[in-house]
Design a protein around this ligand. Structure first.
Ligand SMILES: NC(=O)c1ccc[n+]([C@@H]2O[C@H](COP(=O)([O-])OP(=O)(O)OC[C@H]3O[C@@H](n4cnc5c(N)ncnc54)[C@H](OP(=O)(O)O)[C@@H]3O)[C@@H](O)[C@H]2O)c1
Length: 232
């Protein structure tokens, strides 16, 4: 494994926090980020010793250079942060769409730009998209668009910043992720359309993220993790 930290942008909650826990349990120095520095520091302390918390807003890309200035060498970078934009075309609002579009398409890219000088030739990056890029749902206008954008973004990054590797991971509904808690009807409907009759778990997604980061032949790929949901 390359020298340096594992940086998880969006590591204060949900799937990102599980990725941070995984690499902390492997003895790595981990940096997690969220919007608020105090909250990020508190969650970092909760994960354990050697975890650092940083606050910045991905939808304000001009703040990113300074926010990341104290980070040392970076082995792996995971870009997992999201703010959901429920934005149906018949009732379209610009502000939330702009925030999410900037966050995933410009914010993710700016984090890579800010940290490139601290990565080594064997560093790797995983960007999170999602299955909404292929199967839209009502209101997924911006989510579908930005997740589709992530699937192309990795290709230009993998070429321009070679030999650093860039891959994207696209989950379907992750059944035990906090975002879906209390929405059993949606989970049941998705299970009914999934050949494996189970949803991907956060542990499954952590495993897929580690595979993309650590397998030196994985580069420029979009990996889907949904139990075959798109087959039905
Ligand atoms: N959960 C699923 O079923 C599912 C399905 C498909 C795809 N995905 C993808 O998987 C990724 C993780 O999803 P999740 O459900 O684990 O998300 P989540 O629980 O909602 O966590 C979102 C993370 O993003 C951070 N964040 C939110 N707004 C931010 C902003 N403006 N700037 C910086 N950080 C911000 C949050 O930190 P703070 O709250 O501390 O600011 C938190 O750490 C996302 O990219 C999502 O598109 C998830």
């Amino acid at each position: 494994m390359p020298e340096g930290s594992v940086v998880v942008v969006g590591g204060t909650g949900g799937i990102g926090r599980e990725i941070a826990r995984h690499y902390h349990s492997q003895g790595r120095h981990v940096v997690i980020t969220g919007r608020d520095t105090d909250r990020a520091a508190a969650i970092a302390a909760e994960i354990g010793d050697g975890v650092t918390g940083i606050g910045f807003d991905l939808s304000d890309p001009h703040s990113i250079d300074e926010a990341l200035s104290d980070i040392g060498p970076v082995a792996y970078l995971v870009l997992v942060g999201i703010a959901r934009d429920n934005n149906p075309m018949h009732d379209y609002t610009i502000e939330d769409a702009v925030a999410l579009a900037v966050m995933k398409l410009v914010g993710y890219t700016k984090v890579v730009h800010a940290l490139t000088d601290r990565m080594s030739d064997d560093s790797a990056v995983v960007l999170f998209g999602g299955r909404a890029k292929d199967r839209p749902y009502p209101g997924s206008t911006t989510v579908t668009t930005v997740n589709g954008g992530v699937s192309s973004l990795i290709r230009t990054l993998a070429i321009q910043l070679a030999p650093i590797r860039f891959n994207a991971l696209h989950p379907g509904i992750v059944g035990d992720s906090p975002y879906w808690a209390g929405n059993q009807a949606a989970l049941d409907a998705t299970i009914a359309r999934t050949p494996t009759k189970r949803l991907a778990t956060m542990a499954d997604v952590v495993g897929a993220t580690a595979f993309l980061l650590e397998n030196p032949a994985m580069n420029g790929e979009n990996l889907h993790i949904d139990g075959g949901w798109m087959l039905m």
